[in-house]
Ligand binder design. Structure first.
Ligand code: CA
Length: 467
């Protein structure tokens, strides 16, 4: 896949030069603030951006220019009901980056993308004109694909990517090396039926923008901007873009968090490690959470886990990747995503010989909720993703299959605030007595209210808060 970008990078000056030019442009913008506020502000004659592109004014499609006074994202409020998240780029004031300026969702049958099942994207230069040749990376659990934006005259998008899994499965962002806002949690399905593979689509637009230092607007939760009513894919070239009130910087959106375990030090503010029985060990290492069961591990049960310090309230949607790094057949070890106090879990199991469930292979996925062991499904997976969703008094366990999320079972669950445990365990009498190693990675809370005992220590850690 080509990584070439026709006109970026090569012409990008040093950061120091960028600062100097950026400051000059800012003064220019202030002086000429009048025309900045008028739609259709002339592109010709404006000073070039540090990368040689025009810098400001409204583009031919009416998008706000990079110096617009209000940091505004045309965010479809329905995205907040569809697990979609905005992860703002980390940028310093004056730094150029790819800012998300529009994110729309299209239900089944909603023009202009009815029947499609794609993420459509566009990238604009500082003047609002389409920028071609920008690599866009689409990622999902276990893979990614990069697509270059193209001219596509007359089309409301410059690149597209087909989706086959339900949300939240896919993320997207420009990937040319510059900082870029990330949109995560996209996929098939709709608000009423998030687990059905209904053909729905997204349109995402990024613009090459100089950071002002303003905090990104809250797109979901109590601080969210007023919804933009128009469902049309692009505004009329002559219309004045709708501006919404500046969201309160103190408003707290529903906290949603993730831990990629990449700093090789278990975050004590979020996880408490524990070992039970004798032999197992647990450590955050190799940029993941590893659990080892030595051949002489013993106990009924024995195992190790990391239990969340914080609790989840209400409906939630959590997931974690797992990897079986040393996994002899029929070894007797379980790997599970667990919620306490009900000890409800979705599990990848290798039943020991003679310990399996009649009629099923030894290598399986299953759920173990208050209604017992259910959803037993044979598998050959040595890695994958486990997911638990509590919704309306029911708990559903999933694993990520080749075509998307596979429901194992939906069963009863209490409404208690829960702690999450990432656990691997076995029992002496059904353990093969060979070394078994497993790992967890990329724990994510896609939905749920996170309640932490010490708010101040919650944010600045490896635990990343997603607005
Ligand atoms: Ca990791």
């Amino acid at each position: 896949m080509s990584r070439a970008v026709p006109d970026r990078g090569r012409e990008r000056p040093s950061p120091r030069l960028t600062w100097g030019v950026g400051a000059a442009l800012l003064i220019f913008a202030i002086v000429w603030g009048g025309w900045l506020a008028s739609p259709g502000g002339a592109v010709e004659g404006t000073p070039p951006a540090p990368d040689g592109r025009p810098t400001s004014g409204f583009g031919p499609e009416g998008y706000l220019g990079p110096f617009a006074a209000t940091y505004f994202i045309d965010w479809d409020p329905r995205l907040c009901q569809r697990f979609t998240e905005l992860v703002p780029a980390s940028v310093q004031p004056g730094q150029w980056y790819w800012r998300l300026i529009r994110a729309r969702w299209y239900d089944e049958g909603e023009p202009p993308f009815s029947g499609q099942h794609h993420i459509f994207v566009d990238t604009l230069n500082g003047a609002g004109a389409r920028q071609v040749g920008v690599p866009i990376r689409f990622s999902w659990s276990g893979g990614s694909q990069t697509v270059l934006t193209e001219a596509k005259p007359g089309e409301p998008y410059a690149a597209n990517f087909p989706m086959y899994a339900v949300a939240p499965a896919y993320s997207a962002q420009p990937a040319d090396g510059a900082p870029a806002d990330l949109v995560a949690g996209m996929g098939l399905g709709n608000v009423q039926h998030p687990d059905w593979k209904i053909h729905t689509s997204y349109l995402l637009v990024w613009q090459w923008t100089q950071a002002t230092g303003d905090a990104p607007p809250s797109v979901c939760g109590p601080g969210a901007s007023t919804p933009t009513p128009s469902p049309t894919p692009s505004p009329s070239p002559t219309s004045t873009p709708t501006r919404t009130p500046t969201p309160s910087p103190t408003a707290r959106p529903t906290p949603v968090a993730a831990d990629d375990f990449n700093d090789n030090a278990l975050n004590a503010a979020f996880w408490t490690p524990a070992v039970f029985g004798s032999g197992p060990s647990i450590a955050e290492t190799n940029q993941r959470l590893e659990i080892r069961h030595p051949a002489d591990a013993a106990g009924d049960p024995f195992g190790a886990e990391a239990v969340s310090v914080c609790q989840l309230a209400g409906d939630f949607d959590i997931q974690v990747d797992y990897l079986l790094t040393a996994w002899p057949s029929a070894n007797g070890i379980r790997v599970g995503l667990v919620v306490n106090p009900s000890d409800s879990k979705v599990v990848r199991v290798s039943f020991a010989s003679g310990d399996g469930i009649p009629g099923y292979p030894n290598e399986v996925y299953l759920t173990h909720f208050a209604d017992g062991v259910r959803g037993v499904t044979g598998t050959g997976d040595a890695s994958g993703t486990l997911r638990l969703v509590r919704l309306g008094g029911l708990l559903t366990g999933y694993y990520l299959g080749a075509e998307g999320w596979v429901t194992l079972h939906t069963g009863p669950v209490t409404g208690d605030d829960v702690r999450v445990a990432l656990r691997s365990w076995g029992h002496s009498q059904v353990f093969k007595h060979v070394e078994v190693r497993v790992a967890f990675d990329n724990f994510r809370i896609h939905r749920g209210e996170v309640i932490c005992p010490f708010r101040p220590v919650y944010l600045p850690l490896t635990l990343r808060r997603v607005p």
